[in-house]
Structures are given as C-alpha cells and as structure tokens.
Design a protein around this ligand. Sequence first.
Ligand SMILES: *[C@@H]1O[C@H](CO)[C@@H](O)[C@H](O)[C@H]1NC(C)=O
Ligand SMILES: *[C@@H]1O[C@H](CO)[C@@H](O)[C@H](O)[C@H]1NC(C)=O
Ligand SMILES: *[C@@H]1O[C@H](CO)[C@@H](O)[C@H](O)[C@H]1NC(C)=O
Ligand SMILES: *[C@@H]1O[C@H](CO)[C@@H](O)[C@H](O)[C@H]1NC(C)=O
Ligand SMILES: *[C@@H]1O[C@H](CO)[C@@H](O)[C@H](O)[C@H]1NC(C)=O
Length: 459
Amino acid sequence: MEFACINGFSIIFVNFCSNHAREIQEDAKMNGLATSVICLIVITTLLSILAFYSPFPNSFNFSWREEINLNKQASIHPQNVGDDHDVEKCDLFKGKWVRDPRGPRYTNASCPTIPTVKDCFMHGRNDRDFLYWRWKPDGCDLPRFEPKAFFRIVHGKKLAFIGDSLARNQMESLLCLLSQEEAPIDVYKDPKDRFRTWFFPRNNFTLMVLWTKFLVKAVEKEPRVVFNLHLDQVDELWAQNVSQGHVDFAIISDSQWYFKKNYLYEGGKLLGCIYCNETDVTEFGVEFAIGKAIQTALRYINDCKECKGMVTIVRTISPSHFENGTWKTGGICERTQPYTREQAGKLHQQGGSKNEEEWKVRNHQMEEVGRAREEVGKGRDMRFEAIDITSLMLMRPDGHPGSYWRDKKKKGYNDCVHWCMPGPIDAWNDLLLALFSRVVDKGMLRSSSDRVVRYKEKG
Ligand SMILES: *[C@@H]1O[C@H](CO)[C@@H](O)[C@H](O)[C@H]1NC(C)=O
Ligand SMILES: *[C@@H]1O[C@H](CO)[C@@H](O)[C@H](O)[C@H]1NC(C)=O
Ligand SMILES: *[C@@H]1O[C@H](CO)[C@@H](O)[C@H](O)[C@H]1NC(C)=O
Ligand SMILES: *[C@@H]1O[C@H](CO)[C@@H](O)[C@H](O)[C@H]1NC(C)=O
Ligand SMILES: *[C@@H]1O[C@H](CO)[C@@H](O)[C@H](O)[C@H]1NC(C)=O
C-alpha cells in the first residue's frame, strides 16, 4: 500500500510495514492488519539540508518571544516578578548548550527501565561527547535534576504525560532520573503497552503515560493511515482519566501524527484537510490543526469539574533532524555535537522545511498556553505553563538514536525523531523541576482532600 503525503513542496511516498518502532508495530498487529502502512512522520529533509548548507543572512533571532505577549502572562503570573533567585525570573528556554564534565545522571546499569530502542550504547553507539553538555539559560543556571527535590514537590500526587511516543520518551527519562532515588513499581500496563503506570511507594507518587495520537477525537478514514480529526472534541481515552480527578500534573503534547494527510472537522462538519491536495477541500497548515487540538485539550481541563487546581504543562514540539533524505529514503542523523544557536536558527528559517513547520507549531502551542491562562475561571486555581523545548532541541541533532535503536544488521530507517537515553532529553526534566519549583514556591498546589493547599517545604 502506498499513499502520498504532501509536505510543502515535496511528495513523499511512504510505505513501511515492518521496521518501525515497536509501539507502532504492536498497534498495527492489534488491528489485525497483515500489512500495516503508517505514515508516522513526514520529513522534508531535502529542504532542511538546503537550509543547512545554504548561507543564510539572518542569524538566529529569538524575536518570537515578543509574539507571545509576555506582559500579559507576567501580570497573571506573579512568580515572574519580585523574587531574589535569578532562576525564578530568567527565561529558562533561551540560552545555549555548554560543556558539562559531569556527564549523564544514569546508565543502562543504574536504570533498568531504559527501553531497548532508546538504549543507543547497547546498539553500538560509540561516541560519548553528546552526553557532556548541559542547557544554560542566558540569565541563570538551570539546576541539575535532583530526585529528592522532585519527590518533595510531587509527594502524594499523580503526574501524567499525555501524548504520543515522545511524551513517553520524556516519561522514561523521568523514570530513570527518579529511580536513582527510589525504585518504581510497575503497576499498570494496558495490552498494547500504551497506557502505563508506575508507583513510587516511599514517596507515594504515581507516574503515568496516557497515550493519544492527536489529543482530539480521531476516527480512522483509511485504517491506521488517514484520520478524520474532530478538532473540537477531546480524545476520550485520556480525558476520562483526567476528568476522574486522577491527575494532579499533566504534561501534554502532540505533534508528529499531524504531519501527514488528515481531514479536519469542527462541529461535525468538514473544515478542510492537512496535506490532501484536493481541489474542493481547504488545505490547512499543521500548526492550525495542532493549535486547535491543544486549545480543545486545555479548554477541557480548564472546564472539567475534577480538574480544579491542576497544573498543566504544554511541552512544545520536539524537532526531528533527518539529513540527506527522509526516514524512508535513508535520511540520517550522525552528528556528534550540538549545533550553535546560529546553525539551529538557519534550520527553522528555511521556507518550506520541516523545521520551519515545527517552528510554526511551536508558536501556536505557546499562544494556546497564553489563551488558556486568560480563560481560567474565578477560584479555579488552574496553572498553565509551557516547557518550550523546541529551540533548545533544534540545537541537538546529536541526541537521536539514528541507526542505534536496534540491531545494526537489520536494515531500516534511522530514528532521528526520538532521543537516546541518557541524552539531551533529560534536560526536559531539569526544566520540568525548575518550572515546578516556581509554581510550588508560590504555594499553589491541590491536595486530593482539600484541593488547594499551601506547599510549605521548598524544593
Ligand atoms: C549498556 O551500555 C554499555 C555501554 O555503556 C553497552 O556496552 C552495553 O551493551 C549496554 N548493555 C545493555 C544491556 O543495554
Ligand atoms: C498517598 O496519596 C494519596 C493521594 O494521592 C492519599 O490519599 C493517601 O492517603 C496517601 N497515602 C499515604 C500512605 O500517605
Ligand atoms: C484511566 O481510566 C480508566 C477508566 O477509569 C482506568 O481503568 C485506567 O486504569 C486509568 N488509567 C490510568 C493510567 O490511570
Ligand atoms: C496537487 O494536485 C494537482 C492536481 O491533481 C497536481 O497537479 C499537483 O501537482 C499536486 N500538488 C502537489 C504538491 O502534489
Ligand atoms: C549529505 O549530502 C551532501 C551532498 O550530497 C554531502 O556533501 C554530505 O557529505 C552528506 N552528508 C552526510 C552526513 O552524509
């Protein structure tokens, strides 16, 4: 089976059956398809290569910060003002990667839960340099993840990663970081290993991943390939758990499944499509659909009865780094060092490139976080924050498994989408803790019994 995904200027024929990530394979099996055809990610890599090799006049420019109206956010969020610690005030997401002789926080020996597809050393990766960098925000130092401090904040609470396999990637990193302090118990796994729950008994902390491809309701149009997306209705699978008050902290994301042909619905009516190239159907950008979906998800949380007091964090899109091809055509990611800010800037400024599209997605995601904050009802004590990792991860072409996600003898695509563990993805959890510290310092967390408590102990 073959179908066309149209992305920018290029058409990529996607046809992969047996050599994609395990979770996808299982999904396909469950659905009884002998031959599964899934377009998970459409990458216009040729264009990013152009972006990288062509001299580009503009240097990396972070003017997008202004686009999201920080003044408005500051007035709603007092943690942005009047604090002595500079880490409390500085923009955590603007900065650079600097050398860090300390190296990784865990290994495949100290963290038994690293999934094999992300255990890059197990599959022969030899270079280690990519482990010796830390993220340095311009205005402050980002503290290294401290499991004890994290547990103090989340004690007695439930945290859910809501999203696709990249949400899972971050959950797995957090699991490794925390398991250096306490071993987790595997308490729940659905038959497809999509929904997974871990429990840390000593810290009474529940960590879960709630799987969703799109965040919103998706009805298969062509099995596993093309979906009708109802942009104004949440995906019930994750929403159920949230609406039952099962979640105190939600880290929410979506993206890669949108980069292919899908049809968009609102109010049950066809609105248009992404990448369908049909004369009678309005074509929308990926960022439009993802923005709408995040809006629907955040509104749902904002309005849900049992969600009062929840802390919701949007993790912005994680960029991919295929060079010299797509995953299908043998695109690679073999770099062993980060890009500079300027190099990364060129990637996302190249018109029509996948990275440029990702950048637009990121801007829409940030706008929706701002909107959700404005829409919080009186006395609801809701928090909406962002882990804005797009620009910092754009600088890490060296962090992906590439060909080291499974046995080298087998041919197949290179994974330039997910992240090796340990690796730069661990910084997402440094950022998560830093963000939590800000929220918790201002004493706004709910407890299961009385919903809102002042958290006295400082991380
Ligand atoms: C663990 O990592 C080492 C390299 O650090 C590698 O040689 C080994 O194969 C890995 N073992 C497992 C079981 O993943
Ligand atoms: C663990 O936390 C839950 C709230 O999530 C609470 O109801 C329960 O009493 C706590 N258990 C212990 C042993 O502290
Ligand atoms: C989500 O909710 C369903 C239905 O209540 C429940 O069976 C399941 O255990 C929950 N999953 C998680 C991970 O909490
Ligand atoms: C879209 O469809 C038209 C008509 O079928 C075709 O001529 C054109 O090349 C297509 N464009 C892309 C980008 O595939
Ligand atoms: C990618 O292709 C270009 C042009 O063919 C070549 O110069 C470059 O070395 C290739 N990069 C890698 C990493 O193979």
